[in-house]
Design a protein around this ligand. Structure first.
Ligand code: ATP
Length: 326
């Protein structure tokens, strides 16, 4: 393959804290290697619309600590169509972009894989999503920051829950996976963790609470992943309300607060490593892969596998959380 002279970089799908640190790392690594960098705004939509801006070193100054994404992000229906991807290809060619780094989740990688099947422009992915649901990386950019945001919020709720002997159902993000719920539940000493991967039997919740009462618990917190099979926090609270007449039940949905904020040091370091690795992979003629970190080492995983395989939660942690919450 001819030498890469110009790389495009974009953020796609849901935003995640640490995306800016990844953009910075991609930009600075490429410039160091005398490769021009084009920032593509608003994900695949911007690729189609040629919403491009050259990135120089100063354009990515002081963004390592900021949440959101300077390139904006979007979901784009047009990129799902043959014509949409053709327009995107023509625009990339017209602007001399030889390769693209996509920072996003599995949907973004599906799009990248599709494009790579049709056109000969290498795409390399960086896992950027608070959900941590990508096979091929132990953690995804944004997960640690979202986790810490949840922990801070739940700690505050615990104070008021204890003061009033209340039972709280706290909903966290996780439409299909319970990584955030599981980790935050452990970190906050939650009495219960309800996640999509494990069937929730609402009838069992009361017996569990009664056990806790015998041990003089002054408050109870259940962390609920939004995609739990029994429903979100409001739905579950509604289901158990007749059973829980003696409890003062409250519901909190943490919502979009989980997506924002300054990335943690962990996310900044990971984003820096992955941005650097993505450009190295492109220079090494790699394509249709996601760079990730497995056992603290950079790992390359083909898009096909990232998309096909489900990353499972560590079920032994769920059992442990149950024991520790007694
Ligand atoms: P998150 O995990 O935060 O939701 P994501 O990358 O999975 O992020 P999606 O909305 O699923 O977010 O996908 C982002 C974009 O990728 C879509 O808006 C679409 O443009 C493109 N895309 C997703 N799936 C496909 C597909 N099968 N073919 C072509 N493009 C796709």
């Amino acid at each position: 393959m001819p030498k890469i002279k110009c790389i495009g970089v974009l953020t796609s799908g849901g935003d995640a804290p640490g995306m800016n640190a990844a953009i910075r790392a991609v930009t600075r690594t490429a410039l160091y290697n005398n490769i021009k960098v084009i920032g593509i705004k608003r994900g695949y939509q911007g690729m189609i619309n040629a919403n491009y801006k050259q990135l120089r070193s100063h354009n990515v100054s002081h963004i390592i600590q900021t949440g959101g994404t300077i390139l904006k992000t979007a979901r784009c229906q047009k990129f799902r169509t043959v014509e949409g991807r053709k327009t995107a290809y023509n625009q990339l060619k017209k602007h001399g972009i030889d390769a693209v780094v996509v920072i996003g989740g599995d949907g973004s990688f599906k799009g990248a894989r599709k494009f790579s099947e049709e056109y000969n422009i290498p795409f390399v992915g960086i896992p950027g999503t608070i959900d941590n649901d990508l096979f091929g990386s132990d953690y995804t950019i944004g997960f640690d920051t979202a986790l810490n945001t949840i922990v801070e919020a739940v700690d505050k709720i615990r104070d008021t829950a204890s003061a009033h002997n209340r039972l709280f159902f706290i909903e966290v993000m996780g439409r299909d996976v319970g990584f955030l719920a599981l980790r935050s539940g452990i970190a906050c000493g939650a009495e219960g963790i309800l996640i999509p991967e494990v069937k929730t039997h609402t009838k069992n919740l009361k017996a569990f609470l009664e056990e806790g009462n015998k041990r003089k618990k002054s408050s109870n917190i259940f962390i609920v992943a939004e995609g739990d099979d029994a429903g979100g926090a409001f739905e579950i609270a509604e289901k158990v309300k007749d059973d829980f007449k003696d409890y003062d039940v409250r519901v909190t949905v943490l919502g979009h607060i989980q997506r924002g904020g300054s990335p943690t040091a962990f996310d900044r370091v990971m984003a820096s490593r992955l941005g650097y690795a993505a450009v190295e992979a492109i220079m090494d003629d790699q394509k249709s892969i996601m760079v990730g970190i497995v056992n603290n080492k950079i790992a390359h995983t083909p898009f096909n596998q990232t998309i096909k395989y489900q990353k499972d939660i560590n079920r032994s942690l769920l059992k442990m959380s149950f024991v520790l919450a007694m």
